[in-house]
Design a protein around this ligand. Sequence first.
Ligand code: UGA
Length: 435
Amino acid sequence: MYRYDIAVIGTGYVGLTTGACLSSLGHRVLCADVDARKVEQLSRGEVRILEPGLAELVREGLAAGRLGFVLGAANAVRDADVVFLCVPTPMGEGGAADLAAVESVVEEVRDLLPPGCVLVNKSTVPVGTAERVAELIGRPDVSVVSNPEFLREGSAVHDFLNPDRIVVGAQSPAAAERVAALYARLGAPTVLTDAASAELVKYAANCFLATKLSYVNAMAELCERVGANIGDVTEGMGYDRRIGQAFLQPGPGWGGSCLPKDTQALLQVAESVGFDFTLLRATTDSNARQRERMVDKIAHACVGPHGSLRGVRLGLLGLTFKAGTNDLRDSPALAVATLLREQGAELVAYDPALSVHQAELTEVVRLLDEPYAVAEGAAGLVLLTEWPEFRALDWGRMANLLAGRVVVDTRNHLDPDVLSRAGLSWHGLGNQPVV
Ligand code: UGA
């Protein structure tokens, strides 16, 4: 039996990526989860999360004896020098992060942690959580460290192994340095700070990204009103190194398991200390409006300014919150679909990452197993998620199948010239005057 020096509690996409990547850096990592089936599957090298490179790293780690999986946190921590908490912190009451999972793990392992152990919080948690966890543990020999992750779903392994930065915050500089040393091989800039600042970096970054996107989506709307082109506007902005080209793509609103939850949580944090964060509230309000604006745009393009969507068949391309993932959590695509359904539209959809048996969707859409079937007889097609393969569709064939020759592209993802040659009318964001 090997001795594992790192324990990772929680094998969601953050925990599993952390465990597998740390093991690929040469550390011996034992991962724990409360789900026995998941633990069994992972122990056999079966990875159910769609995350490029992750399954390979898990299998390599298992084969090399540097990675293991056990049921329950208690079974993982007894020998660990460092314990990573990677459990979910979903949106709780009033938008605040729900810390129940963090607290229950802390209770469970409190008396089992070896002397001198470092407990690292990787879950996104409100400012002050490290302090609270330290209180809950109540052991002066155990240090609590905040080490937020900045992994994007769909490129988590790449992001872990090529980080823009490592952020580590703790009351004890020695504990912070011990955690930072685990990443030394990655050669990334490292910010060593106090726990509250480290906790805030994560929210500050995600909320800034959300604000950037709400700004771009608003700018796209303005472009339509003044007759400008958002693609050219963002390209022109993005060459300014202080702005950068990344994260400037307009869309149906931002979503996923992180940005919506983290913006709400930071609003709560602000409120709890009497700070009126109007800028961030405008960011989230404008994101909610963006989804409604997409529905108006779709209705306008497919049935005209005064028409009704009742009984109108629409084909949807993409439902996941972004391309490269099978995650539907807070998906703007699904939110737009739900609003269309509420207006009576008949929806069929294709998403390369979803199976037609995805039961939770049946109230909203009927999933089909290929994109051409979605076009058949539809009054219009709506692209909601930017899967690369949608660009490569046979658009002549799509045009022949459609009843209405309209494509609403809520991601500006398709080539308008290709669609126009196929006899389709393309409606993007921020590049055509509103009529
Ligand atoms: C986000 C952050 O990007 C990560 O840095 C962070 O670690 C992660 O949350 C987290 O907190 O765990 P993720 O939720 O995977 O990552 O998704 P993003 O790639 O950031 O996309 C978020 C949303 O913005 C998606 O709906 C996406 O379609 C949208 N988006 C993104 C745009 O509409 N335009 C863009 O240019 C970029």
